[in-house]
Design a protein around this ligand. Structure first.
Ligand code: C2E
Ligand code: CA
Ligand code: CA
Length: 615
């Protein structure tokens, strides 16, 4: 509120309250005036009639002396200034007059109540048994009524004045408070109170301005969507207090790295946004993004302990990647998401392909929860056959998603999403339960079902108690531990081996066997394998693909088989597609084969037929 506006407002306020008070004073004043006057005249009339009754005999006997005594009775009432008794013929019998008063004449006035200026005259007929014998007249000053009226008005005005004063100050205080609250809201509406930087709202306004500037003069700029890597961990492990201080530190470094003209804002929990106003080329934007990431290299030390964070940055160029603020922000966000997928700590530019990719991934994430609830996940089985005889020696369970509109989605697309969102635990439970139910059902049909391998991913193995859950699912369906096998990838087992050992031991204790998946892609040593409770190795299909012509692959397969057999493990070759590969693997001494050549992943009905026909 500006001050001219404020003064006008005060004046209006005072005027309106003042006129309301004035109206009240006028109405109340008139009412009081009439009530007082009426009361006064009534009293005077009663006094006159009492006096008249007493004076009737005096008039009847025409006793002047008694008449004078009679009228002087009014002397103690200060308002009455004259009292007079007139005979029936109208002549004066006796009168009482205060000094200086001479308002009543020698002749009797007609009976009435008459106001004359500041006086009132009450004239009444005096009668004895209905026979008039004369007239009594009282003349009184209205001074007391005026005085009372003055007092009344004065107190009314005083009250009104006090009320207005109080009202004025109260409203001034109120207005001051309102203005203060308004100022605070305005600040809150534009600034983030953790970092002191602009907030999302202010950032969006700035972005709109950038877009308008481009439309006006064709100037280009870059929009950076900056997400802090690993901030959730900082918050969870060190608390919000430290978290806020780290955010403040990040904000300061970002600000210090950018030029003064650039805009930097905190636009979400651990998200910042920057507008590089004169970054016309992607090269310049990339350089600045690299600098921003570099600015986080040194740790923060909010509570003494060093805290390391990184940044993932998505970049959208104005105008190439959009000319509406909303689109630009969305595109930079998608690019940032892609930067996260690319391993964090890097920057990515938005492109239509990246947009489609990320959007599909986000859609999958959004749909997956429903899919689990609606039973859209199901399991297919791929046989593992004995190299020597071709007999079915095992099955691998592979999950599928029958999506209502997208058709069948393969696990390669949604398992990573499930891992990231934590839904992998649910997916794992669904698969395990389905596998156990299927085994029990097929057994119930009199079929001989070999061991079924179930894939367990890293996140699943780390977060849940796989041994306990598997044991429970087996028990629920009346199965034994030897009926299933858990497949763990080699790379997953290589990471933090010591941490895994307890969970692995849990599996072994429950009698469930373990197979190492994608073997050969990680770092493996015989020593490492010996220390693990494993009984099957699955040679990754990247080696099988090159058989038999690639001598190096042949050498690797021979090596793996020899080493595995030496420590009592069986070897499965994955992705066997051709007879030549099969022959080669057979020559290498590989125990089992899995691949399109010997059987594609199939639904339960097909599996039933396959097992029924098996020798
Ligand atoms: P994986 O465990 O290495 O599974 C083998 C993959 O190779 C399967 O792909 C299978 O269909 C495919 N395959 C089999 N034979 C051949 C062949 O001859 N040639 C070629 N080119 N491919 C072949 P799929 O079913 O798409 O599964 C992909 C990955 O998804 C699996 O790789 C596994 O890591 C994961 N996965 C599948 N089901 C589950 C599950 O229930 N839970 C978890 N956590 N992961 C699963
Ligand atoms: Ca597998
Ligand atoms: Ca594999």
């Amino acid at each position: 509120m500006d001050s001219a506006h404020g003064r006008k407002y005060v004046l209006l306020n005072v005027l309106s309250i003042g006129s309301a008070f004035l109206l009240a004073v006028i109405v109340l004043g008139f009412e009081h005036w009439y009530a007082e006057k009426e009361g006064f005249v009534d009293d005077l009339a009663i006094q006159a009639s009492m006096l008249g009754t007493n004076a009737s005999a005096v008039l009847a006997f025409d006793d002047e002396r008694a008449g004078r005594e009679m009228v002087s009775i009014v002397a103690p009432s200060p308002s009455v200034v004259e009292a007079a008794l007139y005979r029936q013929d109208g002549t004066l019998l006796a009168a009482f007059r205060r000094p200086g008063e001479n308002g009543l004449g020698a002749k009797a006035p007609a009976p009435a109540i008459v106001f004359t200026g500041r006086h009132v005259v009450v004239a009444q007929t005096v009668a004895i048994e209905g026979q008039p014998v004369g007239t009594i007249v009282l003349r009184a000053t209205l001074d007391s009524v005026y005085r009372s009226q003055m007092n009344f008005l004065a107190s009314l005005l005083l009250i009104a004045a006090v009320a207005m004063l109080v009202g004025h100050f109260a409203s001034r205080r109120l207005r001051w408070r309102m203005a203060e609250a308004e100022r605070r809201l305005e600040h809150m509406a534009l600034y983030d109170n953790v970092t002191g930087l602009a907030n999302r709202h202010a950032f969006e306004l700035a972005l709109e301005q950038t877009v308008r500037r481009h439309q006006r003069d064709g100037s280009g700029s870059a929009l950076l969507f900056i997400d802090v890597d690993g901030f959730k961990k900082v918050n969870d492990m060190l608390g919000h207090n430290i978290g806020d201080r780290v955010l403040r530190g990040i904000g300061e470094r970002l600000r210090a790295t950018l030029r003064a003209a650039d805009v930097i804002a905190r636009i979400g929990g651990d998200e910042f946004g920057a507008i590089l106003v004169d970054a016309v080329s992607p090269g310049a934007a990339a350089r600045i993004a690299t600098n921003l990431i570099g600015a986080m290299a040194q740790p923060f030390s909010p509570g003494g302990t060093p805290v390391y964070v990184g940044l993932s940055i998505g970049i959208a160029m104005v105008p190439q990647d959009g000319t509406a603020a909303e689109d630009l922000l969305h595109h930079a966000d998608l690019a940032m998401y892609h930067a996260k997928q690319m391993g964090k700590g890097n920057h990515q530019f938005f492109s239509d392909e990246i947009g489609d990719m990320v959007r599909r991934r986000l859609d999958i994430e959004a749909d997956l929860r429903q899919a689990i609830a609606h039973g859209e996940l199901y399991v297919v089985y791929q046989p593992q056959v004995a190299t020597a005889t071709g007999a079915i020696a095992g099955l691998e369970a592979l999950v599928r998603w029958r999506h209502a509109s997208r058709g069948i989605i393969l696990p390669g697309e949604f398992i990573p999403v499930a891992e990231e969102s934590g839904l992998i635990m649910e997916v794992g439970r669904v698969v395990l339960a389905q596998v156990c139910r299927d085994i029990a059902e097929l057994r119930g049909q009199g079929l001989r079902v070999p061991v079924v391998a179930v894939n367990v991913s890293a996140r699943q193995f780390m977060q849940g108690d796989v041994a306990a859950e598997t044991a429970a699912a087996l028990r629920d369906n009346g199965l034994r531990p030897a009926d299933v096998e858990i497949e763990l990838t080699e790379s997953m087992l290589m990471e933090r081996l010591e941490d895994r050992r307890a969970a692995l031991a849990g599996l072994v204790d429950s009698g469930i066997r373990i197979a190492i998946d994608d073997f050969g892609t990680g770092y493996s040593s015989l020593n490492y394998l010996k220390r693990l409770p494993v009984d099957k190795l699955k040679i990754d299909m990247s080696f099988v693909r090159d058989l038999p012509d690639n001598a190096e692959s042949v050498a690797i397969v021979v090596g793996i088989v020899g080493m595995a057999h030496a420590i009592g493990l069986r070897v499965v070759a994955e992705g066997v597609e051709t007879q030549a590969q099969r022959d080669c693997l057979s020559a290498c001494g590989c125990d089992l084969l899995q691949g399109y050549l010997t059987g594609r992943p199939m639904e339960k009905a097909a599996l039933v037929a396959l097992l029924r026909d098996a020798p």
